[in-house]
Write a protein that binds this ligand. Structure first.
Ligand code: IPM
Ligand code: MG
Length: 360
């Protein structure tokens, strides 16, 4: 069955890295049996410039008609001053909400070849391989009521609402328990149940689910402690599940543990397995269009798309193996380059991965 993939290059280095993903998908279609049709759309600042809004209706319609959406990166100083509705971030939040992409998988793994790149000592991070499962369409990001008001005495007051219902918690919980079953069977749920009612409910629902997944060991941790444990002893974690805001913060922390944010992919899934895939890093406008960006996070995002949305797990394994073998051969983009390795540009790195596919 032919699969439809939508590419959304976006802003900054987005077009540079999505070009490499396109190369990879085209090679998988031409030489490795993937039945694929590729489409491209506008998103982020590029969409604001062309249409006035960061997520045009047409892009949303294209996304709804796709099995998987691959996004480069959105945002940049050119659009920072715009009102909230026009900001590239708003486009991203809207596509998550409109497509019901509640389940965000953010793996953080340290490639053995890159162990020196972490800000932490190699003996603390060597072998790190964890997955943060972040709830993505609820919580403080989307809770109502929200707003800013002017009080009678002239002061202003702003507020947001952190709310989850039990069905939302159960849905993200199941995704996390299932991810744990495919990994080491250790799930840590992160909350602030010592202070917040919404967290107490979160914990209660997670405990209820645990009785259905007897092959998974569930533990709980308060978010402040989890932040500390992530930098103290990160290998204690396998899968972590948490709310939208806590997951936003902890996933940046986890990404930095690897020292190479240019290597990390992510997936945002709906209830039927359709997904939006994107590298964890941002749009890096300062190096856009200069053949300097690392395309590997985007190529690894293609691997996640193959696995979770295109039913092609075997090809996903091959893409990941190809990335590993290119790193082993010593080729590095500027962000991960060291003295004893060979500096290559974005396009050469993409070509190397495609060439290595043939060898796997
Ligand atoms: C992320 C980003 C987004 C978020 C921003 C750009 C809206 O930080 O994907 O982690 O906060 O979710
Ligand atoms: Mg973030």
């Amino acid at each position: 069955m032919s699969r439809r993939v939508l590419l959304l290059p976006g802003d900054g280095i987005g077009p540079d890295i999505v070009a490499e993903a396109r190369k990879l998908l085209t090679a998988l279609a031409d030489d490795h049996g993937l039945d694929l049709s590729l489409d491209e759309g506008l998103m982020g600042g590029a969409a604001v410039d062309a249409t006035g809004v960061p997520l045009p209706d047409e892009t949303l319609a294209q996304a709804r008609a796709s099995d998987g959406v691959l996004m480069g990166a959105v945002g940049g100083p050119a659009w920072d001053g715009l009102e909230r509705a026009q900001r590239p971030e708003t486009g991203l939040l809207n596509i998550r909400r409109e497509l019901g992409l509640f389940g965000n998988l953010r793996p953080a793994m340290l490639y053995p070849q890159l162990a020196e790149a972490s800000a932490l000592r190699p003996d603390v991070v060597a072998g790190l391989d964890l997955m943060i499962v972040r709830e993505l369409t609820g919580g403080l990001y989307f809770g109502e009521p929200r707003g800013v008001e002017t009080l009678p005495d002239g002061r202003q007051r702003g507020w947001n609402t952190m709310a989850y219902d039990s069905a939302e918690i159960e849905r993200i919980g199941r995704l996390a328990f299932e991810a744990s079953q495919r990994r080491n069977g250790q799930l840590c749920s992160v909350d602030k149940a010592n202070v917040l009612e919404v967290s107490a409910l979160w914990r209660e629902v997670m405990n209820g689910l645990a009785t259905e997944y007897s092959d998974v060991t569930l533990s709980h941790m308060y978010v402040d402690n989890a932040a500390m444990q992530l930098v103290r002893a990160p290998r204690q974690f396998d899968v972590m599940v948490t709310t939208n805001l806590f997951g936003d913060i902890l996933s940046d922390c986890a990404a930095m543990l690897t020292g190479s944010i240019g290597m990390l992919p992510s997936a945002a899934l709906d209830e039927s397995g359709r997904g939006l895939y994107e590298p964890v890093h941002g749009s890096a406008p300062d190096i856009a269009g200069q053949d300097k960006a690392n395309p590997l996070a985007t190529m690894l995002s293609v691997a996640m798309m193959l696995r979770y949305s295109l039913d092609a797990g075997e090809l996903a394994d091959r893409v990941e193996a190809a990335v590993g073998s290119v790193l082993a051969s010593g080729q590095r983009t500027a962000d991960i380059h060291t003295e004893d390795t060979r500096l290559v540009g974005t396009a050469a790195m993409g070509d190397a991965v495609v060439a290595a596919l043939g060898a796997t």
